[in-house]
Design a protein around this ligand. Structure first.
Ligand code: NA7
Length: 534
């Protein structure tokens, strides 16, 4: 049976939940479809040991309703996944969203009908929907790279990708555990399990810059303090560079070397992402500034590791890539974990992992590390991956997967030429694809989409799509902004280089969250300039 609705929202994470709420409040019939058995999106799937925020908790919230904000209290500055998931359950219950979401159901196909101007959506449970709008709130990091190595299925023990970590957990106590990958995820896993497992082998390919986290507990005083700032946060977060509460405050060229060091030391001691997102903007553009700040972080890391062999494996080398040109993880005693007797860092840079064998991980030179459990913290097909894994067919035979296999293009990261009435959040070429405190950007995008749909209804329009020129202009502006940064030169999921064959382009808009928001508003104010409405 086919259900007819006005809007179908794919995904019940931070964006999807709010999108469903908004459209329902606006009087549309809305169906949410979610692959997980409950709400949460990223915070449902990523339940690996140690999963937690790198954004301050009090800025990672919805700001559209003061009571909703203030009636929830965080226990610390950077809480863990269980608490974050509880918060999303709180929001879901409060807004009574579950009744409009179909859980344990994955959207497999969506076809646009040019005659009716509507989409037909199919799912893996056999449901189908006839809908005017499809809104893909599928998350920028929700297509896990699960099949990474030959022989994975031959492994005798448990092998899991962090993005699909079992709900009931895994028994790691006293076991021989291998962790592959030292991105933000691997680091959280490693620091959390090091003292529980029997042996921990960490397979390190590219050394990672890290910053120490400080996560004080929040008592009544701290909670009252951040809640009293609601108006200020609501006003400021959407207009900063990355949707965090802080912004770049210092100019490298204005300061003496001593003053620079003082600023870096101060900010480093803050225990947040401030050193990356609010120290010196020049680090993103100027090779010399980047080199000096990178050196500062390398020294901080080396002081803690002490051992030259560990420093060689775990600390990036001068000239490798600059600090902050891909995601900087926060950590708590992550480097100290390698000082434990049961933990070994194994460099797989020059001697890569060849395959997974029944006993464990085999390197190119034939060395086999025997393991009971393998945790693959190897990342995601970011930005485009989640939508590209659905068979989405737009106008004139255009298939989204095929289009993005040629070139990853969107307009504002919200629509794609050839795919009328398909909207998306967390997609490529918007700040929400990477460089943003996600709640800030996802609220802005979903609100823009809602306004757009209401505008269409008010103006008797039923179909909306970017024009070819409009998309060219956005892609050109995006590229100009992104290619001016050093981010474009570094290999990582930020540029799509972690997925073989993926066209290279900086996924995130780099012009800043506030600038992006203003551009979206300007386009809407001009009657959706760059889009065709019919
Ligand atoms: P990332 O940041 O993409 O990190 C993946 C890690 O896995 C990284 O260290 C990779 O090394 C490593 N990797 C991937 N493939 C291999 C192979 N074949 N051999 C060895 N090592 C490999 O993913 P995360 O899940 O940590 O983080 C994703 C985002 O989630 C994060 O940025 C936050 O925003 C939240 P490489 O660097 O490619 O050499």
């Amino acid at each position: 049976m086919t259900t007819k609705v006005d809007a179908l929202v794919i995904g019940a994470g931070v964006a999807g939940l709010y999108q469903i709420h908004q459209l329902r409040e606006a009087g549309l019939s809305v169906q949410g479809v979610e692959a997980g058995s409950d709400v949460g999106g990223t915070w449902y799937w990523n339940r690996y040991p140690g999963a937690k925020f790198d954004s301050e908790s009090y800025i990672y919230q919805y700001l559209f309703d003061e009571d909703l904000y203030k009636d929830w209290s965080w226990s610390e500055r950077f809480p863990g996944q269980p608490e974050i998931e509880q918060w999303l359950h709180y929001v879901t219950d409060r807004l009574d969203l579950r009744k409009d979401i179909r859980f344990s159901t994955r959207v497999t196909k969506a076809d646009f009908n040019e005659d009716t101007g509507r989409w037909r959506v199919e799912t893996d449970t056999g449901d189908s929907y006839d809908t005017q709008f499809v809104i893909g709130c599928t998350g920028m990091l929700s297509a896990p790279l699960e099949d990474r190595f030959p022989g994975q299925t031959s492994f005798k023990g448990a092998i899991v990708h962090t993005g699909k970590y079992p709900k009931d957990g895994l028994d790691l106590d006293g076991k021989r555990v291998g962790v592959i990958g030292t991105g933000a995820t691997g680091i959280q896993v490693i620091q959390t399990i090091a003292d529980r497992v029997g042996e921990l082998k960490v397979f390190v390919r590219t050394p990672q810059y890290v910053l120490p986290m400080k996560s004080p507990k929040y008592g009544p005083e701290e909670t009252a303090w951040y809640k009293s700032r609601f108006d200020e946060l609501k006003r400021n977060l959407p207009i900063t560079f990355t949707g965090f509460e802080y912004d770049f405050e210092n100019t490298w060229s204005d300061l003496t070397p001593e003053e620079r060091l003082e600023v870096l030391e101060d900010i480093h001691a803050d225990g947040s992402l401030k050193l990356w997102l609010a120290s010196f903007a020049e680090m993103f553009f100027d090779e010399e500034v980047s080199a000096e700040i990178s050196q500062f972080v390398r020294e901080k890391m080396s002081e803690r590791l002490k051992d030259p062999k560990l420093i060689d494996i775990l600390v990036p080398k001068a000239g490798d890539y600059g600090f902050g040109t891909h995601r900087v993880p926060l950590e708590t005693n992550y480097l100290e974990a390698y000082l434990r007797d049961n933990v070994e860092a194994i460099s797989v840079r020059d001697n890569p992992i060849a395959e997974i064998v029944p006993e464990g991980v085999k390197l190119q030179d034939g060395t086999v590390y025997e393991l009971d459990v393998i945790i693959m913290a190897v990342g995601f097909d970011a930005g485009s991956g989640a939508l590209a894994r659905i068979d989405i067919n737009g106008r004139d035979g255009m298939n989204l997967r095929d289009e993005w296999a040629k070139d990853i293009r969107t307009t504002l990261g919200i629509q794609k030429y050839g795919f009328p009435n398909l909207f998306m959040t967390g997609a490529p070429l918007a700040p929400s694809a990477a460089l943003c405190n996600m709640t800030t950007c996802l609220q802005q995008q979903t609100e823009w989409i809602t306004d757009c749909i209401l505008y269409m209804r008010a103006h008797g329009k039923s179909v909306m799509e970017p024009t070819a020129d409009g998309e060219d202009a956005w892609v050109a502006h995006h590229d100009e902004t992104a290619n001016a940064t050093l981010i474009s030169k570094t290999d990582s999921w930020y540029t799509g280089s972690n997925v073989e064959g993926k066209p290279r382009r900086v996924l995130s808009y780099c012009g800043g969250v506030g600038t992006y928001r203003q551009k979206c508003l300007d386009i809407a104010e001009k009657g959706y300039e760059g889009f065709e409405l019919a």
